[in-house]
Design a protein around this ligand. Structure first.
Ligand code: FAD
Length: 560
């Protein structure tokens, strides 16, 4: 076949979609029979990713108005909250994933999916440089370029190693389905190796020492799952070595689960100590080598080394290289995360949206604007606002930033609203500013969770569904007509609470209104919430039958 590697594959779905594979040249625009560029009637929306944010967007989008192309190296959606259960075999890997084509087919519309990774976003030319995951079949480097009218970036994040030496080489991660499968096999591998007669006692102890770095929800849940499998299954199947197994959890802060209510954090610490999990708080990992982890105590500065058989690194997330590169291009190089406004539009770009773990809403900018409004109001006065002036400032702020109202009503700053309602004299500016800074703290810490990503995807899809109508009737409904206002409400996050499974059929839950529930009954709540949140009836049935299988026959410890 003549030069297969230079084969140009062109798809003109919807009349305007262009895609070509070439070994080294960018693709060329394909002209129609009349020698012109095909006219694109629908706007071409390219979605990067098939995770929580992207899938939620696709599930809620009425695609008729758009030509949608999805690009992701994974052709499936993964239900990440159940990944720790995959590491122990409580749930099978295939039970927590759903093909993305299945998800969108059920919505009754056609989207194009390309199993490829976006390597570079060129927002000035509105093109994407991508690399196919199927390079071997195509020959060449498998690279191609595609254009877009609107880009939705939902590529998630990668594990943050904090450049700690040896982490990338020797530590395991728990971020993707493959990581969970690898961990499951490696745990069993450790027990098989430790059972060999040729292994010395000291080596056996090392092999069966499991070190988890990071006391956040993922690290804690993995440690709990590991403890469960050792106590409930390994002890029966590897009786000669199971008592040598040791789990150590290293956390640099003073407490594990420090983003949860104190009661949950304390309960988890006490439970882990009771279970024999060695909890070392205030302990920073400085280096990971082939067989040991070096740590430094934050308080005393004392250094020590822990020989290990398996080390799992779970200390948070960092932007992916493609995002870092994009941030540099658009003048956000000095930021740690890609910034969007409250409508999820990337600052400094046209028609580019970013959602989920790869971006954060730039609340700082909102707060600067609020301060500016406030600053204007307080010029020419002596440090106090009368009630009328204060009411005007608050009115101005909440009209421009409706989400601020939501935060003002939250417990920490409700005094400010109370001030407005009850105060008969003048308003103390200092108190007001203090309250504003509390609003600031609350607003900038939107957590990197599936809950946030899914809500953002749904919000953006709903905006897109109404976009056409808004363009057709620019006057819009009365409430949006005020000049200078965006036609949609900004994104508002609704927190529905969070779970922390702690093993032994016990879970902690922090529900809205700071309501805390811990124990076996909460584990049942966890089962029902997660079963209901699964993306399809197929995965729901698979996961529930996995739970039932585990309960009846125990976990499968085959190393496949
Ligand atoms: P992801 O879901 O990570 O999706 C990113 C997508 O982008 C993937 O499809 C990926 O293949 C694709 N992609 C990556 N690079 C590229 C590229 N260059 N080009 C194109 N596509 C690309 N959150 C909760 O709220 N509750 C929980 O209980 C919970 N448990 C968790 C347990 C674990 C083990 C983990 C790892 C996370 C957990 N989270 C939980 C966090 C949650 O999974 C994330 O916040 C969520 O996945 C973020 O969604 P996202 O769409 O931004 O990214």
């Amino acid at each position: 076949y003549p030069s297969l590697s230079k084969l140009l594959v062109v798809s003109t779905v919807g009349g305007g979609s262009l895609l070509a594979f070439s070994d080294d040249r960018p693709f060329q625009t394909v002209l129609n029979d009349a020698g012109q560029k095909p006219e694109c009637k629908k706007k071409k929306v390219v979605v990067l990713g098939t995770g929580w944010a992207a899938t939620s967007f696709l599930k809620n989008l009425k695609s008729d108005s758009y030509e949608v192309q999805v690009v992701s190296p994974r052709n499936y959606f993964a239900f990440t909250p159940l990944l720790p259960s995959v590491t122990s075999g409580t749930v099978e890997a295939r039970s927590v994933v759903e093909p993305i084509r299945n998800i969108v087919r059920k919505r009754g519309y056609q989207i194009d999916f390309m199993e490829a990774e976006c390597l570079k976003i060129d927002a000035s030319k509105k093109i994407l440089h991508c690399k196919s995951a199927q390079v071997t079949n195509l020959g060449g480097k498998g690279e191609f370029i595609m254009d877009y009218d609107i880009l939705i970036i939902a590529v998630g994040a990668q594990v943050n190693t904090f450049n700690t030496p040896g982490v990338s080489e020797y530590a395991h991660f728990l971020k993707e389905v493959e990581d969970a499968q690898k961990l499951r096999n490696t745990v069993i591998d450790c027990f098989e190796r430790a059972s060999l007669p040729s292994v010395s006692d000291e080596e056996r102890k090392r092999i069966l020492h499991f070190v988890v770095v990071g006391g956040g929800p993922v690290g804690v849940e993995f440690a709990a799952e590991l403890h469960d499998i050792v106590v409930q299954d390994i002890s029966k199947l590897y009786p000669s070595v199971s008592n040598l197994a040791k789990i150590t959890l290293l956390e640099a802060g003073d407490h594990i689960l420090n983003m949860y209510d104190k009661r949950i954090s304390q309960f988890a610490e006490t439970k882990f100590q009771r279970d024999g999990i060695d909890l070392k708080t205030g302990s920073m990992v400085t280096k990971v080598s082939e067989k040991d982890v070096s740590t430094k105590d934050r308080a005393t500065g004392q250094c020590s080394t822990l020989p290990y058989g398996l080390v799992v690194w779970s200390t948070g997330i960092a932007p992916r290289p493609v995002i870092l590169d994009f941030m540099k291009q658009i003048g956000q190089g000095s930021r740690r995360v890609l910034a969007t406004d409250e409508w999820l539009r990337v600052e400094g770009c046209d028609n580019v949206y970013a959602l989920g773990d790869c971006a954060t809403i730039n609340q700082r900018k909102v707060m600067e604007d609020i301060s500016a409004i406030f600053g204007q109001a307080k010029t020419n006065d002596t440090g106090h606002l009368n009630k009328q002036e204060f009411r005007e400032v608050i009115g101005d702020i909440t009209e421009r930033y409706p989400q601020v109202e939501l935060y003002l009503k939250k417990s920490k700053v409700k005094n400010m609203v109370a001030l407005l309602d009850n105060y008969e004299g003048e308003i103390d500016i200092e108190k007001f500013e203090k309250a504003l800074s509390e609003v600031d703290t609350q607003m900038k810490n939107l957590p990197a969770t599936a809950q946030v990503a899914a809500q953002q995807g749904e919000y953006l899809a709903k905006c897109f569904n109404r976009m056409e109508k808004c363009e057709m009737y620019p006057e819009g409904p009365r409430r949006f007509r005020t000049s200078g206002q965006h036609r949609f409400h900004p994104f508002r996050y609704k927190h529905f609470g969070q779970f922390a499974p702690l093993g032994g059929e016990q879970t902690a839950a922090q529900l809205p209104g700071d309501w805390v529930s811990i124990g076996h009954s909460t584990q049942w709540l966890w089962y029902s919430v997660y079963a209901s949140k699964l993306v399809s009836w197929r995965t729901r049935m698979l996961v529930v039958s996995d739970w039932f299988r585990r309960y009846t026959f125990g976990r499968d410890t085959s190393r496949i």
